[in-house]
Design a protein around this ligand. Structure first.
Ligand code: ARG
Length: 269
């Protein structure tokens, strides 16, 4: 199956489902390495961002739910970073609603802000990023920095979203999160011959699977929490199924894409 097919199918599933899908996999059954657990604890039969848990209120204040069924992150008080495959190209666009302010989409604290303009990157592969300029700044917006170097492109990452909690699963109304380890380009290219190594970064549990983003998490941030401040190192992009062993999640690599994103940000109308 080609990557294009996978993406179109996932978008179709989103439209057909009319729902939110969090990128989560099946619960991890085992530990990746001694002392480090990923996803659910053994014996926990709940299912989360595939393999995740409910995120505590306020843990990721920059996270955004977008009305087309994607995630995003506030990078300025008026601009959302998301995936190119979540939007309809570059130009004026007032059709997108951005929800911020709570992990619970049904919370009275949710703030909804309409889009005004979209700048889409080249797309899945060379640059699955897009910027959504909102009609007005979000009050009390909490932003996150984009990674500007590859220093944080290793170790362990935080993933989060309202997407499906398992492959083929339902969108979620409450944000879910999980941790996933970095997968190097060589290993990831072994799983996916069409991986674009420069502009894509992979994460997941190669051997056992079980923890991943999934349909509806697209566009959301993969975050490096180590370091002085949290940074977005990845943008949820694609994968074969969700949380399958040997099939890591693929993310737009922000350290590589940062310069072109910044240029687009500075040029927004
Ligand atoms: N393309 C999907 C979406 O539109 C995201 C898929 C992520 N898949 C994965 N296995 N990590 O929501």
């Amino acid at each position: 199956m080609t990557r294009g097919t996978r993406i179109r199918r996932s978008l179709f599933a989103l439209v057909a489902g009319g729902a939110l899908a969090v990128a989560v996999g099946v619960p991890a059954q085992a530990q990746a390495e001694p002392g480090v657990t990923y996803g659910n604890q053994p014996g926990d039969v709940s299912v989360n961002v595939v393999g995740g848990d409910p995120a505590p209120e306020g843990a990721y204040p920059y996270i955004v739910r977008l009305s087309m069924g994607c995630g995003g992150a506030m990078i300025t008080e008026q601009v959302v970073l998301t995936a190119a495959h979540c939007v309809d190209g570059t130009g004026q666009d007032t059709s997108i609603t951005a929800s911020t302010g709570s992990v619970d989409l049904n919370s009275p604290n949710i703030v909804k802000t309409q889009s005004a303009y979209v700048h889409a990157g080249p797309g899945v592969g060379p640059g699955d990023w897009a910027l959504i300029k909102l009609a007005k700044p979000v009050a009390n917006a909490k932003t996150i920095k984009m990674a500007e170097t590859a220093d944080g492109d290793k170790g362990e990452f935080q993933i989060m979203g309202w997407g499906a909690d398992r492959e083929g699963g339902q969108q979620q109304t409450k944000l879910r999160h999980a941790k996933v380890p970095f997968v190097d380009d060589g290993t990831c290219a072994g799983a996916y011959s069409d991986l674009v190594k420069d502009s894509e970064i992979c994460a997941g549990l190669m051997d056992q699977g079980g923890v991943d983003t999934c349909q509806g998490d697209s566009g959301g941030p993969m975050v490096q929490l180590a370091g002085d401040v949290p940074t977005v190192v990845g943008i949820v992009s694609w994968g074969e199924g969700c949380a399958r062993p040997g099939k890591p999640g693929v993310y737009g690599q922000v350290s590589f894409l940062h310069a072109e994103i910044k240029k687009a940000l500075d040029g927004l109308p």
